[in-house]
Design a protein around this ligand. Structure first.
Ligand code: F6P
Length: 360
């Protein structure tokens, strides 16, 4: 069974469906297989800044009810970089030492961090500075962590977005409208591409492929000439205006909030060809709700594999999904390999052959 360990687990960055399934798997595996203790840290690294550090003891009985729930019952944050922590007086302060001290105060032997590339980069820097034995689990609805074929949360987000396309189709056809669905994904168009193909969209716009408004309008008119009275457009939030400007809801020093490109497109289409358009911004619905079976499964496999890495004392690694297997790779690789949609890859080719207009 090896030596007894006390391990900590935290969720960091934006929440998504499947986080609780991963926490549950870690607890089951660590407690039942190895007899270790597991502590859930509240609100990402902020729980380690608190005094006393905010952590709760986790047992299989406590975590079991969370398998099917969305969000993270530990809480999380996608703000408050500890190396430049925003203080109440407007200044920023390096609070990394407090986090490392909090980790020591809990008497932890290792830490499992569930996060996207940004969170994993911060956690790794903390681990290197403070000698923390860190293992990572990738999560993000954006699916932009390049070393893994899928991250926790992506499948659920795509399912939600696909259902939205399905629902919009009927109302679009009933009213002869151009329906625009704006989806999340930050700088990667994975959600838009997957949901657009799966839902049978007519036009998919992603940041990786340039477009012209003229091309989009021509495609809508061509459909009208073919007797197709409506058009479904899926657009990723990071698509820029034709002039190349980013459309944001709010600027934020750490993390600008994207949003509004759907409305821009709607106005331009209406101006250019007079088509009646409506916009749906799917927003955080993509992050919430019950995790899909696939997200639960990946999360469970990742949780078990992360515990195995700690048992082998193979730190500074992240678990990934590759060709039906969990494979561990150095966290550094996970941070450095950003995945976007290949404009000439399988999905883009599939979409084009299915008659879906991609903007160019
Ligand atoms: O990275 C996940 C994500 O949902 C992005 O797709 C989106 O742009 C962003 O987070 C939204 O962040 P917030 O929850 O701060 O609005």
């Amino acid at each position: 069974m090896g030596e007894h360990k006390r391990i900590g687990i935290l969720t960091s960055g934006g929440d998504c469906a499947g986080l609780n399934a991963a926490i549950r798997a870690v607890v089951h595996s660590a407690v039942n297989t190895y007899g270790w203790e597991v502590f859930g840290i509240r609100q990402a690294t902020q729980g380690l800044m608190e005094r006393p550090p905010q952590a709760i003891s986790l047992t299989p009985d406590k975590v079991d009810p969370y398998l099917t729930t969305g969000g993270t019952f530990l809480g999380t944050t996608n703000k408050g970089n500890p190396f430049a922590f925003p203080m109440a007086d407007g200044s920023v302060c390096d609070r990394s030492y407090e986090i490392i001290e909090g980790y020591r105060m809990l008497g932890l032997d290792a830490l499992i961090g569930i996060g996207g590339d940004g969170s994993l980069a911060i956690l790794r820097r903390l681990a290197q500075q403070g000698g923390i034995n860190l293992v990572g689990i990738p999560k993000t609805i954006d699916n932009d962590v390049g070393v893994t074929e899928c991250s926790i949360g992506f499948d659920t987000a795509v399912s939600v977005a696909t259902e939205a396309v399905d629902r919009l189709q009927f109302t679009a056809a009933s009213h002869n409208r151009v329906m625009i669905l704006e989806v999340m994904g930050r700088d990667a168009g994975h959600i838009a591409m997957w949901a657009g193909i799966a839902g049978g969209a007519d036009i998919i716009l992603i940041p990786e492929i340039p477009y012209t408004l003229e091309g989009i309008c021509q495609h809508i008119k061509k459909r009208q000439q073919q007797g197709k009275n409506y058009c479904l457009i899926v657009i990723a939030e990071a698509v820029r205006t034709e002039a190349g400007d980013r459309v944001v809801v709010a600027e934020h020093p750490e993390n600008c909030r994207l949003g509004g490109i759907g409305q821009y497109l709607s106005q331009e289409i209406c101006r250019m060809i007079g088509a009646e358009t409506r916009v749906t911004v799917l927003g955080h619905i993509q992050r919430g709700g019950m995790p899909s079976h696939s997200d639960r499964l990946i999360a469970t496999a990742f949780g078990v594999a992360a515990v195995e890495l700690i048992a082998k004392e193979k730190y500074d690694h992240v678990v990934t999904w590759q060709k039906r297997h969990v494979v561990c790779v150095p966290i550094e690789e996970a941070i450095n390999q950003y995945s976007t949609v290949n404009p000439n890859g399988t999905l883009a080719t599939t979409a084009r052959r299915m008659g879906i207009f991609l903007g160019s």
